[in-house]
Ligand binder design. Sequence first.
Ligand code: ZN
Length: 228
Amino acid sequence: MTFYSTEFKKPITISRKNNIRRLSLKVCRITGKISISAPKFLSESEIHKFYYLNRSWIHNQINQCLVPKIVNDGSFVPIEGNLYEIVAKKNCSKIKFLENNQICIPKNISNIGKEVQTFLIEYCKSIMIPIILKKPNLIIQKIKKINFKDTKSRWGSCSSTGSIMLNWRLIMAPPSVYNYVIIHELAHLVHMNHGPLFWKLVQELSPNYLKDKEWLKKNGKEIRRYIF
Ligand SMILES: [Zn+2]
């Protein structure tokens, strides 16, 4: 069920649920979608009242929303900290880097965003895997698997079984930033916590890591805005 909010100029989704006792409200930070979860038999007027009382909270949340950047012909996408223009060209047979910070893509491709995404993931792997393999043997021996994903809340992870996950969107960040995340995750193979010894090792392997950590905190949202 939805109702249209003239105030926010968008529909509000209401989902009725058996297993909840209270009303709750959510605003998606990426899309700005507003949704309300309500107990199954609560009256509609109660739901409207709840919405009405929470309008200023909704406004606040919407103001913090990131406007998504949809990747298409003519878009600019950051790669290793530099902006590249996506250009569809008739005489381009395969997506590739051109000089002058451009990426050409064949003209007849129907889903340019997805094509660029696949290209970025492959590029990310081609850059980051060799970086990992250059690390000390002591660390490399412990790696069982390396996955590249796009998780909403994390830039990387490391499991006690030696499985490393890196967010491929990091390829959009400057090299020192993705190098720091790689080192952070590899250091967990030695120290499975965020204790002083862990940070000491990160510092040894990545002396300027505080700057890179700060970059991610400030600009991480920006590289999550791109919709492929
Ligand atoms: Zn960590």
